[in-house]
Design a protein around this ligand. Structure first.
Ligand SMILES: [Zn+2]
Length: 256
């Protein structure tokens, strides 16, 4: 990471682009090593490839002091939506038809969550027609104040595989659990694993302000979300390893 920072300093970029967890990690590394980030020419940071958590956004904004925009896409479809200055995700309607479908392949009503399904308008080598991405999102009902006429997605909820099973047979999506952990002081990074019987193992990287009262509030908050008799065990760890692709996966469920 020191080598990356040296390169950053020499290059003096106008914008940076990366996985949010990687960028946040690099910036925390810089801080821990007493290095000031070179942002002389920097105008914006772009992130992609993961669920963009509020924690990562805060770290990137605090360290770089420039607007941060998330780009949502997939390997097959390319960029599906880009975030504007208002924080909405505008669909790249010039090259894609994006539909949000329910489990019976029917379009959901505006404001309801559905599976992002794409039809490519300019993929001549390999057609993608109503291709289901596995991601879930909600379309926005009102026009974006930024003035762009492109449809906008209000909330990208992540992959079904990033969701947890609840005791009543439903699903809790990653964001609803992230809120529980975000409210706890001191947590820098976390990973939640769910076993087949719905029990959760929660690993957190936290600083010294994460005390016993915070632990208790996280455990009871998660217990409420899952319901039933799910047992929650919380462990503090030094580091949470990234997956082989370099992405950070914060929710893993085996209860499918
Ligand atoms: Zn907008």
């Amino acid at each position: 990471m020191s080598v990356y920072l040296d390169h950053w300093e020499r290059f003096d970029p106008v914008h940076v682009f990366g996985y949010p967890s990687s960028l946040a990690r690099l910036l925390l590394f810089a801080e821990q090593n007493g290095r000031r980030m070179m942002t002389r020419s920097l105008r914006a940071a772009f992130v992609t490839g993961e669920l963009f958590t509020p924690q990562d956004r805060r770290i990137i904004e605090e360290h770089l002091q420039v607007p941060v925009a998330d780009g949502y896409g997939s390997r097959e479809a390319g960029f599906i939506a880009h975030q504007c200055m208002e924080g909405r995700y505008h669909v790249t309607m010039e090259s894609l038809i994006v539909e949000l479908l329910d489990s019976r392949q029917q379009p959901v009503s505006i404001g309801e969550s559905g599976e992002v399904t794409v039809t490519h308008l300019d993929a001549y080598g390999m057609p993608f027609i109503r291709y289901r991405t596995g991601d879930w999102a909600r379309m926005s009902a009102v026009p974006c104040p930024c003035g762009r006429g492109l449809e906008s997605i209000e909330c990208i909820e992540g992959r079904k595989t990033d969701m947890l099973r609840t005791a009543d047979g439903g699903w809790a999506h990653a964001l609803s659990l992230i809120y529980v952990l975000r409210e706890a002081r001191g947590i820098r990074r976390f990973c939640i694993e769910q076993s087949e019987n719905l029990d959760l193992t929660v690993s957190v990287v936290a600083d010294e302000s994460f005390d016993q009262a915070m632990r208790q509030s996280v455990v009871s908050g998660l217990q409420r979300r899952i319901g039933g008799n799910a047992r929650i065990s919380l462990q503090q760890v030094a580091e949470i390893p990234h997956t082989a692709s370099g992405k950070h996966r914060c929710i893993v469920s085996r209860a499918g």
